[in-house]
Design a protein around this ligand. Structure first.
Ligand SMILES: CC(C)(COP(=O)(O)OP(=O)(O)OC[C@H]1O[C@@H](n2cnc3c(N)ncnc32)[C@H](O)[C@@H]1OP(=O)(O)O)[C@@H](O)C(=O)NCCC(=O)NCCS
Length: 337
C-alpha cells in the first residue's frame, strides 16, 4: 500500500493527518465550522478527534476519501478532503481555522488538492456542495477554479431547517482556471443573468397601436416575447412577430427600455420596445395568428387601454404616445427623468 503523499505549493503544504496534530487543531474548531458542517459541539472531544484522524487513514487505504492537513508556514491551519463518490467523481470539502482565515489559504489548498486528484486519483470531475449563505465557501470554490453549476432547492438541512445547496464543479477537461478561457468561464458561471423581452409598436396609418389578445393572460399586450439565449432583442422581436402574427417586419429605432421589477412570481425583466413602423390595417386582417398564443389582435387608441392593458403597460404606452423621438428609459412603465 502506498503512503499518502505530501503536496506543496510554495509555503502551503497538504500532508496526511497524524495523531500528533490533534492537540493543536482540536481547540481551533469554532462555531463557523460547527455551523456549516451541522455538528452540535464546536470542539470535538479528544477521543472523537483522534478517531476521526484514524478514519482518514482507513479512507486513504481504500481511496474512498482522501483528507489532508493544510499546513502553512509550518502550522496546521485547516483541512481539505475529496470523497470519491462515483468512479471518476470527487466531492470536495474544506475548513480553515479561524486565526488563519482571510489570507487566501482555503482556495489555494483546494486548488492544490483538485490538481492532484485529477492527476493522481484519475478523477474526471470534482464538485462541491455549498450552502448559498456560506459566502466565504462560495468564493473559495470559485477562486479554486470551480464553476457555479446550479442550485438544488431544499435538498439539505442545517440545524433542522431546510436549505438550498449550490453545486460548483470542475471537469478535468475544462480550460484551466489560470487561463483566460478558464477564468472567463468561472466568472460567467456566477454573474447574474437577466430576463430580456423584446416587443414592437406597429401603428396603423391612422395612428392606432396594435395590441394582442393572448390565450394565456387577460391583459392585451404589444407583440413580442422573451429573448432567447444568444439572440439579440432586435432579432427576437422580428422572430416573435413572424411566429405570432405571420408578419415580416423590420426592427426600427428603439423607442423604450422598460425595466420591470419582479411581479406575480416572475423575476425582474428588461423590455426593449422597437418601432416596427406603419402598416395598412388589412395586412393584419390577412395575417395568420398563431392560435396557441394569440386569440385576437386589436388596433387601439389610448382610450381603449384602461381595463384591457396591464397598468405598467398603460404607463408605457402613455409615455410612448406622448413621446416624440429618441429612446426613453422607464422603470415599471414610468420614465425616471
Ligand atoms: C470557507 C473557509 C474555508 C474560507 O477560508 P479562508 O482561508 O478565509 O478563505 P480565503 O481567505 O481563501 O477567502 C475566500 C474568499 O472568501 C471571502 N470571505 C472570507 N470570509 C468571508 C465572509 N465572512 N463573508 C464573505 N466572504 C468572505 C474572502 O474575501 C475571499 O473572497 P475573494 O476571493 O472574493 O476575496 C473558512 O471560512 C471556513 O473554514 N469556514 C467554516 C467551514 C466551512 O464553511 N467549510 C465549507 C463547508 S462546504
Amino acid at each position: 500500500m502506498t503512503d499518502q503523499p505530501t503536496l506543496r505549493d510554495g509555503d502551503l503544504v497538504l500532508r496526511p493527518w497524524t495523531l500528533d496534530d490533534s492537540d493543536v487543531t482540536r481547540p481551533l474548531h469554532d462555531d463557523e465550522i460547527a455551523r456549516w458542517f451541522d455538528v452540535p459541539a464546536v470542539t470535538p472531544t479528544a477521543d472523537e478527534h483522534r478517531d476521526w484522524i484514524r478514519r482518514t487513514h482507513v479512507e486513504w487505504s481504500d481511496r474512498s476519501k482522501v483528507t489532508f492537513v493544510v499546513q502553512w508556514q509550518g502550522q496546521a491551519v485547516g483541512t481539505v478532503d475529496v470523497r470519491v463518490q462515483d468512479p471518476g467523481v470527487g466531492v470536495l470539502s474544506w475548513a480553515v481555522y479561524a486565526p488563519f482565515r482571510g489570507s487566501g489559504l482555503a482556495w489555494r489548498a483546494v486548488r492544490l488538492l483538485v490538481e492532484w486528484a485529477f492527476d493522481e486519483l484519475g478523477l474526471e470531475r470534482v464538485e462541491a456542495h455549498v450552502n448559498p449563505d456560506n459566502r466565504a465557501s462560495v468564493s473559495t470554490a470559485l477562486r479554486a477554479g470551480l464553476r457555479r453549476e446550479g442550485r438544488l432547492r431544499g435538498n439539505a438541512s442545517l440545524a433542522g431547517v431546510r436549505q438550498d445547496t449550490l453545486v460548483l464543479g470542475r471537469r478535468r477537461d475544462d480550460a484551466h482556471p489560470d487561463t483566460r478561457d478558464g477564468f472567463t468561464a468561472m466568472l460567467d458561471s456566477t454573474l447574474p443573468t437577466k430576463r430580456a423581452i423584446a416587443q414592437g409598436v406597429l401603428r396603423s396609418v391612422s395612428g392606432h397601436v396594435l395590441l394582442c389578445e393572448l390565450v394565456y393572460k387577460r391583459e392585451w399586450d404589444l407583440p413580442g416575447g422573451g429573448v432567447d439565449r444568444h439572440e439579440s432583442p432586435a432579432a427576437c422581436v422580428v422572430r416573435e412577430v413572424r411566429e405570432e402574427l405571420d408578419l415580416v417586419v423590420t426592427a426600427g429605432p428603439l423607442l423604450a427600455v422598460n425595466w420591470l421589477p419582479a411581479l406575480h412570481g416572475w423575476g425582474d425583466a428588461t423590455v426593449f420596445v422597437f418601432d416596427l413602423g406603419t402598416v395598412d390595417t388589412d395586412v393584419i386582417e390577412r395575417a395568420h395568428l398563431q392560435q396557441r398564443e394569440i386569440r385576437d389582435v386589436h388596433w387601439t387608441r389610448p382610450e381603449d387601454w384602461d381595463g384591457r392593458v396591464a397598468p405598467y403597460n398603460v404607463r408605457l404606452l402613455t409615455a410612448l404616445h406622448a413621446h416624440d423621438g429618441g429612446t426613453i428609459y422607464l422603470e415599471d412603465g414610468t420614465p425616471t427623468a
